[in-house]
Ligand binder design. Sequence first.
Ligand SMILES: [Zn+2]
Length: 457
Amino acid sequence: MQVPLFRLQCGVNSYDWGKIGHESTAAKYAATTAVPNFSIEAEKPYAELWMGTHPSLPSKDLETQRTLLDLVQDNLALMSTEISHRYGGKLPFLFKVLSIRKALSIQAHPNKKLAEQLHARDPRNYPDDNHKPEMTIAITPFEGLCGFRPLAEITHFLQTVKPLRALVGDQAASEFEQTVKGSEEAEDESTVQKNKEALRKLFTSLMESSPEDIEAASKDLIAAAESSPASFAVSSSSPDKTPSNPEELAAITVRLNGQFPNDIGLFVFFFLNFVTLEPGEAMFLKADDIHAYISGDIIECMAASDNVVRAGFTPKFKDVNTLTSMLTYSYAPIEEQKLAPTDYPYVLLNARAYSSASSSVLYDPPIEEFSVVKTDLNRSGAKATFDGIPGPSIFICTGGEGKITVADKTEVVKEGYVFFVGATAECIVESTSDNSVFTTYKAFCELTGTEDLANGQ
Ligand SMILES: [Zn+2]
């Protein structure tokens, strides 16, 4: 029987927002995975490395050049028959590396039901009928926007950032302020619903602004950012919750305007949490959560889908009506959007790994399609043995050097190498470097029966 360990060859997309040439981690990794005839062009943007079976950019077995999709459909045991049947013979998740030079579109991903409707109505813009919850883990310092801010912060900006108030209109702003006043932090269901409805109205009126009004307000906004950045302060009642200072917010506004002049996104910025992630920090986006990525290199894992509803910072198709009506309008501080890693119990570290403070941690979002384990091996000879699990795994190395072993097959691992490991196979990764940390990310799916099956419904 064939050993279920395959080195994969993975392609990279060239979207406009990607980092340029050799600056792009996604491009470097694609070059490492040995795509035939691929060499990095110095001036070209490289955005996303894709690891999985999605037909838009399928991964291949390096040795035989068969697609991973072909391999797992030929041998259902590679994913487990249960997962093969449940996900129609495709990998349940899509694993990516993103290298972000400029902001990605302001977006949300539809839940399962909405995805089915959108796909039926407009298959060109919505190529899948699946939902797309996604998780981001920073591999370099990352900036992004994620979820709506606490209401008190939005109210504060309506009062201090004049061009924002001018754009949404004084009446809409006043109505919102009156509705949420005194109940910004209330938790009872009916008040929260009333606040979400007020937020929906306010945000919709912003998103329906005319291009002329947006352009005029943008000019005033940039003038304010350059002359009085202090007006970008988040409400003084919660200074220590502020993930950033006013000068930084003002500077980002100016930077975003350089990337997308006079874009509605400049104003959406005041409605959403600004988040920074340090390497190893993660956030999880449920279906229908609004977000935008601004800069950094990240590992991303999502349910296998390519559905995006966009409404700003993009030259692509925008669907403002769908976006404003699909959002949940949940509002919360950014700390509640972050996903803290936990201990991963199904890995055994050897003595050398323990003595060098090596680690394996689990990022486990409340969905069934995927989880990710990050393993840092700090010294040559440090070794992590992963139990076989009843589902497929994909490993990628983001630093250092080592090897990976399944049964009697061992392969060298370097930065950017990607491997598929079949269901039930025990797998060992080992560092062969004393000079750098050997880091791998393993995305996997196993059906434990305890997942939130209602997610995305
Ligand atoms: Zn997204």
